[in-house]
Design a protein around this ligand. Structure first.
Ligand code: GAL
Length: 614
């Protein structure tokens, strides 16, 4: 498998900057080639952020003493050395917004914030964290009010004062707040929640009672069609811009927390470094799987600088405590395969050593932090078993997870051929939990897994002569996803572009033939593919998926392949077409599927068996 280390990130920043806050491309204009890999979000969080957040353990009872005790534990336990360095403060830290707009800190919880001149400042705490070689994260809301005000009404730590004083969210205060947080207080990460846009509508009892100013919801949970995605994205875009004016680019994390709502998973990468793909995790096996699944379909949206976020780790809590080590290992394995942010959420000062050891397993953390930034893709799913593969930066290296989601022991067998390595001879397999080699079962990797067990394996072989696009998702950018041309939200469960499946989730079947590998997209879409290696040819079968033939009404689709902005090939056809395009010297390949006619519904296509040959 070719070497896939990403290009150095800082040099590409300048070219990304211009696009960083531009409006999303829409419709036909978005089909024009750019000759660039234009993931417009800041691209400097080169690997997923790692650290700790107090919410799952303490909710709004988040005191400075607890935070410093955890910070100390991160240092003493070796977790900080393993990479867990962001120490976040979540909801509950604020007291009120003053008449001059400045937010006051609740000094009863953060005594070091009380300044001699009567001001409050989190700077002393941030400085202490920095002195420990840790990083500091803070929390705000994109609306006027925060989630605790909607959902933790009995918390003793809610903002106080008049309606206006209790508006501690960033709406209408973006520039002032970002100057305070990133300038004066010097924080490194900001998690930006969104209850302010969802939970303070005029019909809300607390709003009717005059406790909060009404804000017509821009987001309605589980109803993307009733959410104003454009406005929500716009607010995050202006917040990102406000941060960028305070902080030199390159050293902060913007974590978007709209719980997968307002189609954030489709646009989050344009505005932030990580975006939540689901509702809050809880410490149960079922919740962990639900959150895993919310990100698992979205490999094409993640890569260096922009990560799907299935929420914090529950290791140490509930069904992932010391009585559930198998589940704790599985949880970390799955998050590592997703290239998810690894944000621990238990009270680390009370975390048993076995669980600390799980969290700091350097081999597993290295899978999460692999510099290629490829999110794993699912190679097989059979009942409760699932096999995931993640292409690593080292040529010929793949991380493989064999997963038993179910309650009974289960056998799993992965034919080596599915890994698309260069040759089957000489393949080695190392178990990243037992740290032992594993023998192959003939030409397969086979294991029996205990209930809820995940085996995480490092497989090494020869790099293959062809690189399949589905195996290099961090090098593919969904530049135009086709939703704008559709003019309405997609059916529930659809993903505009996915690996090895149709946007609907069905198999990639074109002209009666099922393809295991490929990329499923909507029509009127454009993919940008970054070629980090010299390749000679691009090959694929492009065609309307069989499930969309009725909607497409036998329209001719125009399939276009561009190299560095120049048209290399165009084929117009209602039937599937074979593509074989020379790409020597090309750095950015663009794949456009354009359909100017009105379709009866969403039309899905495949770039099946899309691959680059050396
Ligand atoms: C939720 C968020 C949680 C936590 C909480 C604070 O919306 O998803 O992670 O931040 O708000 O109130």
């Amino acid at each position: 498998m070719p070497h896939m280390s990403p290009r150095p990130l800082r040099p590409v920043l300048a070219s990304l900057l211009a696009a960083a806050f531009a409006a999303a491309p829409a419709g036909a204009a978005g089909l024009q080639p750019t000759g660039q890999f234009s993931v417009p979000a800041a691209a400097y969080v080169a690997t997923p952020p790692m650290g700790w957040n107090p919410w799952n353990a303490f909710r709004t009872e988040v005191t400075e003493a607890k935070i410093l005790a955890v910070a100390d534990t991160l240092k003493q336990s070796g977790l900080a050395d393993a990479g867990y360095r962001y120490v976040d403060i979540d909801d509950g830290w604020w007291l009120r917004r003053r008449a001059d707009g400045r937010i006051e800190v609740r000094t009863s919880m953060f005594p070091s914030a009380a300044m001699a001149d009567g001001q409050t400042s989190l700077r002393p705490l941030v400085d202490r964290l920095h002195a420990l070689d840790l990083k500091a994260g803070l929390y705000t809301d994109i609306g006027r009010n925060a989630c605790s005000q909607a959902w933790d009404a009995h918390s003793p730590n809610l903002p106080v004062g008049s309606v206006a004083e209790r508006e501690i969210g960033s709406l209408e205060f973006q520039e002032q707040d970002m100057r305070l947080f990133f300038g004066e207080w010097n924080i490194d990460l900001l998690k930006v929640d969104a209850c302010g846009l969802a939970d303070f509508g005029p019909a809300k009892a607390a709003v009717k009672a005059g406790q909060f100013r009404a804000l017509a919801p821009l987001m309605v949970r589980a109803h993307p069609e009733r959410s104003d995605e454009g406005k929500v994205e716009g607010l995050y875009a202006s917040l990102a811009k406000a941060i960028a004016t305070v902080r030199p680019l390159g050293d902060y994390v913007l974590s978007i927390c709209t719980w997968g709502e307002a189609s954030v998973a489709d646009w989050g990468r344009r505005q932030g470094n990580a975006w939540r793909t689901s509702a809050d995790i809880s410490a149960t096996w079922a919740s962990m799987l639900r959150n895993f699944d919310s990100a698992e379909q979205r490999a094409l949206y993640a890569g260096p600088g922009h990560w799907n976020d299935p929420d914090m780790l529950e290791i140490g809590n509930g069904e992932f405590d010391a009585a559930h080590l198998t589940q704790a290992r599985a949880h970390l394995s799955l998050w590592a395969m997703l290239s998810a942010p690894l944000i621990l959420g238990a009270d680390l000062t009370r975390m048993p050593q076995e669980l600390i050891d799980i969290a700091r397993n350097a081999d597993v953390v290295a899978v999460d932090q692999d510099p290629a930034g490829n999110q794993a893709i699912t190679l097989m799913r059979d009942g409760d078993t699932q096999v995931l593969a993640k292409t690593l930066a080292e040529p010929g290296a793949v991380a493989v997870a064999l997963v038993n989601r179910g309650e009974r022991p289960a056998g799993v067998s992965l034919p080596l051929a599915r890994l698309r390595l260069g040759a089957q001879a000489g393949v080695t397999v190392r178990d990243l939990w037992t740290h032992q080699s594993r023998a192959l079962a003939g030409d397969a990797i086979a294991m029996t897994l205990a209930p809820h067990e995940t085996a995480l394996l490092l497989v090494k072989g020869q790099a293959a002569p062809a690189q399949y696009l589905d195996r290099m998702p961090a090098s593919v950018n969904v530049a135009e996803d086709g939703r704008a041309a559709l003019g309405r939200t997609l059916p529930a469960g659809w993903v505009p572009a996915r690996v090895d499946a149709a946007p609907s989730g069905a198999a990639l079947t074109v002209g009666g033939k099922r393809h295991q590998d490929g990329i499923g997209v909507l029509d009127n879409s454009r993919l940008e593919v970054r070629l980090d290696q010299p390749y000679s040819r691009f090959l694929a079968t492009a065609g309307v998926l069989d499930e969309s033939r009725a909607a497409a009404r036998r329209h001719a689709i125009s399939y276009r392949v561009y190299g560095d902005g120049k048209l290399l090939l165009e084929k117009r056809s209602a039937a599937p077409v074979q593509l074989n395009v020379p790409v020597a010297g090309v750095r950015i390949l663009e794949l456009v599927a354009a359909d100017s006619q009105k379709a009866a519904g969403p039309v899905a296509l495949a770039w099946a068996d899309a691959r680059l040959e050396h």
